[in-house]
Design a protein around this ligand. Structure first.
Ligand code: ACM
Length: 683
């Protein structure tokens, strides 16, 4: 064969190679890296990688690498001349690297893998990316260059271990998954009314009694009158972390580049403390309130002693002090609180709460720490340098950011993973709200137009556990939604694409299910309430509605056209459902007298949100709008105490004629209870 013929034979191969060079890569990495460039060719890992690390903390990285499953050469041969393929990790201040110490550049060539970063964390995250690539491609890694850095420095997960206790092994397992997703803050909600979970030497009653309840679930504790028992009670259920447990968790987190932020709740959510140290409450009696007495110096002594032991265990600069949902009622009549208000010139109980937060802020600052709290710490004036965690929507966070305070966004609407992720009538019992993967993914904590957006330090998913009694259920609620949160926190908004993310999330969900995480089965997600996906056409559509009782503004759903606009509510009562705190009494004018066969409306029961099906419904018609003939009177047989969400139609079917349709629904008599309906359908 002559030379030309040989070249011609090679041509298809060469063409194939050049195609490979330009083909985009479907890398399956979560969170999506900033830039991925294919370099052409493949690194074959049939031959193991020779590891070389140039970084001050090379031992920690070397220890981590052996856990990744990457094929590694025997380290005893190190020190010999450079051998290939190589896995080289190096800290470098090369100007072309991302500025962030968490950023990195990863290059895969036929000679091996090189990861460069300005910091240890960046090398660690580069390794996470490499591990995901290896999981996806196996031993044939496409050559590529990835340049990557996080959008936000704070990328968090919160876990409530008070409502249900989760042991240290569970916590460590979730920390490992956090690291894989490049999350770097673990907010440990260690204390709350349902149980104290951290050993404090000075106050043994906290873990001898306040950490234990009869009955395994939060519901049993709630329904049994919020009582605690001794740890040696035969029916005791609960638990706490010893100091050794906490040191173990903090050390693992540190090796995973995760900071653990402890939360010690004050001045409210403290029923468990006041049950065992009742002298710290305004009444002096156990089981009377969850608020500490702010007038009593002993309260501050207690809190400062506890925080001192907490700071010994947790190196985190930020210490979370809760601050949310104080009732403040007892303070109004408490002589000590009133005396404190008089002496300090405080005009309201909001200012009294603020006094407590400022005082604790000063104490923490004196120990080189910073206070972070839920957005209620804004009420009455924010302490200087305090960090705000915005949960009651984004408003608190926006206000604090605009005033130049650091903020972490955790709005209930997008970050509370205790809500349903799929059809609430078939999913395991959860708290309120419908928060599917798509909605978490859509969140932007710092949109371009937000004033002060540079103060948004990041974003966090919160897992409150009232309805999460087991570790399996906790994982079910966390994954895959935590993948979406990770991409919100790490990737730039311009890179986000839900369809592409969904493909990657399916892959990773399957992978972690095989690895023993009880993730929600994303491949079988049912999705949004079917009625809400199309418009409903019917005789009353577009007709005028007279409201004898009016909706509430926070659930207007479009106001006076809501009940005849053809648009149906989603699984969430907050979307397109009209909310009433009174009975409903509305009349629709069809324009002319018409034959009628059906009149119906859907309602919701959502116990945890205090939303109930109507006790009774009456449907009537009229020709003149004055004289009405009742077509149906309906009652409700769904139990009021049923906690599972329920969607039910209350309707009439038959033969009638009329121009005016009057629909009345009676609320049950629970104070503050809601009625929600989305459309009155007439056929
Ligand atoms: C909260 O959800 N109470 C912070």
């Amino acid at each position: 064969m002559n030379r030309t013929a040989r070249w011609l034979l090679l041509l298809p191969l060469l063409l194939n190679l050049s195609c490979r060079q330009t083909a985009p890569l479907d890398t399956c990495i979560i969170p999506q890296p900033q830039e991925t460039e294919p370099l052409g060719g493949v690194l074959n890992l049939e031959r193991p990688l020779h590891v070389e690390i140039e970084s001050p903390d090379s031992e920690a990285l070397a220890a981590w690498i052996v856990t990744t499953g990457l094929p590694l050469a025997d380290p005893s041969r190190e020190g010999q001349p450079v051998r290939f393929p190589q896995l080289r990790l190096a800290c470098s201040d090369d100007a072309s690297l991302p500025e962030s110490e968490e950023g990195y550049r990863l290059e895969i060539t036929r000679r091996g893998v090189e990861i460069l970063s300005r910091g240890e964390a960046g090398l660690f995250y580069g390794l996470q990316t490499l591990q995901q690539l290896y999981d996806h491609y196996g031993a044939e890694l496409p050559c590529m260059r990835i340049t990557d850095a996080p959008r936000f420095p704070y990328r968090g997960l919160h876990l409530d271990v008070s409502r249900h206790f989760f042991d240290k092994e569970f916590v460590k397992k979730q920390l490992r998954m956090m690291a894989r997703l490049k999350l770097n803050r673990f907010h440990w909600h260690l204390t709350d009314g349902a149980g104290w979970r951290i050993e404090i030497d000075r106050y043994p009653q906290l873990t001898d009694v306040a950490a234990w309840r009869r009955g395994a679930t939060w519901q049993q504790w709630r329904d049994g009158g919020h009582r605690y028992c001794r740890r040696d009670d035969p029916e005791a259920s609960g638990g706490y972390y010893t100091k050794a447990d906490i040191r173990e968790v903090v050390a693992l987190a540190d090796s995973l580049h995760i900071t653990v932020i402890p939360e010690i709740e004050m001045p409210a959510h403290s029923e468990e403390v006041l049950a065992v140290y009742p002298g710290l409450s305004c009444t002096g009696k156990p089981y009377a309130t969850g608020d500490f007495c702010i007038g009593n110096e002993a309260t501050f002594e207690f809190l400062e002693h506890v925080l001192t032991e907490v700071m010994e265990l947790f190196p985190s600069e930020w210490i979370h002090i809760g601050g949310d949902e104080a009732s403040k009622q007892g303070w109004k009549s408490c002589p000590k609180c009133r005396e404190r208000m008089r002496r300090e010139g405080l005009a309201s109980v909001d200012e009294l709460q603020n006094y407590a937060v400022h005082r604790i802020n000063g104490f923490l600052a004196g120990h080189g720490r910073r206070l972070i709290g839920w957005d209620e710490i804004l009420d009455g004036g924010l302490a200087p340098d305090a960090v705000v965690m915005s949960w009651r929507g984004e408003e608190g966070g926006r206000k604090a950011a605009a005033a130049g305070h650091e903020v972490v966004m955790t709005p209930g609407s997008h970050c509370y993973f205790d809500g349903y992720q799929d059809n609430p009538t078939t999913e395991p019992q959860a708290f309120s709200g419908y928060l599917p993967l798509r909605k978490v993914y859509a969140y932007d904590p710092a949109p371009d137009a937000m004033p002060g957006r540079e103060w948004i330090r990041g974003v966090q998913a919160n897992l409150w556990t009232e309805y999460i009694p087991t570790p399996e259920q906790a994982e079910y609620m966390l994954y895959p939604r935590l993948f979406a949160l990770a991409e919100v926190a790490w990737s730039q908004p311009g890179q986000k694409n839900f369809d592409d993310f969904h493909r990657r999330a399916l892959d990773l969900t399957e992978r972690i299910r095989r690895a023993g995480y009880n993730a929600f089965d994303l491949a079988h997600e049912a999705g949004e309430r079917p009625e809400s996906l199309t418009e409903t056409d019917h005789l009353a559509r577009g007709c005028r509605v007279d409201y004898a009782t009016r909706w509430r503004d926070q659930y207007a759903a479009g106001g006076e056209t809501a009940l005849t606009d053809g648009l149906r509510g989603s699984w969430s009562y907050g979307t397109r459902w009209q909310g009433f705190l009174d009975d409903i009494d509305v009349t629709i004018d069809l324009g002319t007298t018409k034959p009628l066969h059906e009149i119906t409306a859907d309602f919701i029961q959502w116990f945890s949100a205090w939303v109930w099906l109507p006790m009774r419904v009456e449907i009537a018609v009229s020709d003149d709008g004055r004289e009405f003939r009742t077509l149906a009177t309906l009652t409700n047989d769904y139990p009021e105490e049923a906690e599972r969400p329920e969607y039910r139609a209350f309707g009439w079917q038959g033969e009638a004629r009329g121009r005016y349709v009057r629909y009345r629904a009676w609320r049950n008599d629970r104070p503050g209870g809601w009625l929600f309906t989305d459309e009155i359908i007439v056929r």
